[in-house]
Design a protein around this ligand. Structure first.
Ligand code: GLC
Length: 535
């Protein structure tokens, strides 16, 4: 049977919008975004045309890693508001037919979490086994050679018991021991707490780091490592990441989720395509959407992108639903990675026309770029620990640019991270009133995606690939749509299938469509992308 939007789940035909809550909208003048701030911007999300909002962590946290170090899984950090604000947010989003996805961080807690406090008290503590403790290695140092993602060893000696604990990230983020059934139960309880409050799903943090080799074998050296790369990459994480036991633990999370109707489970795993596919799980009982981050690192040209789409489509298990990501709070802004505003317009078209659920990072729809952070304003622990290599993530986490007012309409006080110096022109208000802005291109593409089932759910068929041009069709219920993207700096033309007429629906070119509809060739301007109905 052919799928229609109605027979698919909301997370298949919908578009996800990621909000980094510290940076979206401040309501109380402390320079940090909060839940009432997000509530006050729901009209914007509706006018943009996205379907679901994913919030990076909002739980009580000492903020060593800005919310990814949680000391209470079942509450809201006062900087963001209170549970009442959260309940209002759920209600208001749902009233507008928008969904809410929360970040779920199962790999580690904060070192201030009462579980860890109890665990560290003594080797006989009731919760000792909730974390990963080991006596010093034979030479008296850490138990093995594993490295923390954020610099230094992945083991910290706790003087209280003379043992080391493991942390894949900061020492303030001790790893939970998921081999301990009590940990699994406790974390399933956390999921239920939020599902009962009405959340529509989770984005599960750092899932490939959940389980470690039971024998804690040393990781081998990475022979491809060079100075300038993250020190953590000097080892290959053979024994500390992507362990086979992870999959049944994901299936356990999925079971909890499936005891509620119409929820989604998304996994964060930076892995090669073949490994990533395993995270759909046996019988598709794992993640609905293991995040596909490959567009973040693929060279930005037609041949490489076409090859990626081909490889990814071919590797999908039967029945698995694809997804695409072009930006997030851990990576350089899209516009910096791919080379400027015209390419950002092509990227918008690509993200919203490839087959699968797109995730859009706040501000990318405006063309926000990485902001240079003066050293006194650096907040990210990664940059503080390993300065100067460009690892820091502050540049892509700067405040949302709402207007040309003071502090870009984000706050009445100086924001926690500096604003971009282009916020007087690159902002929601200015771009909303310019019909040719990137924001209005996003709106047009999102509208078209909503109205045209071929784009939302249709099959993907590669049409032609040249060194500069990629074109493909999306097909559903007899409706055919052609997408043609010219990544090059020169105009070009493509042969059109004989006997078809094209009716161009959207062009990325601010001057509007140029392509003629009935000729034998489709002409594209330099860095122009078009979507055309095939009739
Ligand atoms: C994930 C998050 C990142 C965080 C890390 C540790 O990769 O996206 O922001 O620092 O996990 O929780």
């Amino acid at each position: 049977m052919e799928s229609t939007s109605d027979s698919l789940n909301w997370w298949q035909h919908g578009v996800i919008y990621q909000i980094y809550p510290r940076s979206f909208q401040d309501s109380n003048g402390d320079g940090v975004g909060d839940l009432p701030g997000i509530l006050s911007r729901l009209d914007y999300l509706q006018s943009l045309g996205v379907n679901a909002v994913w919030l990076s962590p909002i739980y009580p946290s000492p903020m060593a890693d800005f919310g990814y170090d949680i000391c209470d899984y079942e509450n809201i950090d006062p900087v963001f508001g209170a549970l009442g604000d959260f309940d209002r947010l759920v209600q208001e989003l749902h009233r507008r037919a928008l969904k809410l996805i929360l970040d779920f961080v199962p790999n580690h807690t904060s070192d201030r979490h009462p579980w860890f406090q109890e665990s560290r008290r003594s080797t006989g503590s009731q919760r000792r086994n909730w974390y990963i403790w080991r006596p010093p290695g034979p030479g008296g140092g850490p138990p093995n050679n594993w490295l923390s993602e954020f610099g230094g060893p992945a083991w910290t000696l706790d003087p209280q018991t003379g043992q080391y604990y493991y942390h894949a990230y900061l020492p303030q983020q001790p790893d939970l021991n998921w081999r301990e059934p009590e940990v699994q139960d406790a974390m399933h309880g956390v999921m239920r707490f939020w599902l009962d409050r009405g959340v529509d799903g989770f984005r599960v943090d750092a899932i490939h780091m959940l389980v470690e080799d039971e024998q804690l074998r040393d990781n081998p050296l990475n022979l491809a490592w060079e100075p300038g790369m993250s020190p953590a990459r000097s080892l290959v994480r053979v024994h500390s990441s992507d362990q086979p036991e992870t999959h049944h633990l994901v299936a356990g999370m999925r079971k909890v989720l499936d005891s509620y109707a119409a929820r989604v489970l998304i996994g964060e795993a930076y892995l090669p395509i073949s490994r990533l596919m395993m995270y759909y799980g046996d019988g598709l009982g794992g993640f609905h959407l293991p995040f596909n981050f490959h567009l973040l690192s693929t060279p930005w040209n037609a041949t490489a992108i076409a090859a990626l789409a081909r490889e990814y489509e071919a590797a999908l298990p039967t029945g698995a639903w694809p997804n695409w990501v072009l930006g997030n709070h851990d990576r350089s802004r899209l516009i910096n990675r791919i080379g400027g505003p015209a390419q950002a317009r092509l990227a918008a078209m690509l993200l919203l026309t490839l087959r699968g659920t797109p995730t859009l990072y706040y501000g990318d729809e405006l063309g926000m770029h990485d902001v240079v952070i003066p050293s006194e304003s650096i907040r990210d622990p990664w940059e503080k620990n390993i300065p100067g290599l460009g690892l820091g993530r502050d540049p892509c986490r700067t405040p949302m640019q709402w207007s040309a007012e003071q502090y870009a309409g984000f706050s009445s006080a100086s924001p926690w991270l500096p604003l971009s110096d282009d916020c007087e022109t690159v902002n929601v208000t200015t771009e909303s009133s310019d019909p040719h802005s990137l924001l209005n291109l996003y709106r047009a593409l999102l509208r078209l995606r909503r109205d045209e089932p071929a784009l939302a759910i249709g099959e993907y068929r590669e049409h032609s690939v040249g060194p500069r041009v990629l074109s493909y069709e999306r097909i559903a219920s007899g409706r055919r749509v052609l997408v043609a993207l010219n990544f090059g700096a020169e105009p070009c033309s493509l042969p059109v299938l004989p006997g078809v007429n094209l009716s161009v629906l959207v062009s990325t070119d601010p001057r509007g469509p140029f392509a003629s509809t009935a000729s034998e060739k489709l002409h594209l301007r330099a860095t122009e992308g078009i979507i055309a109905r095939i009739v």
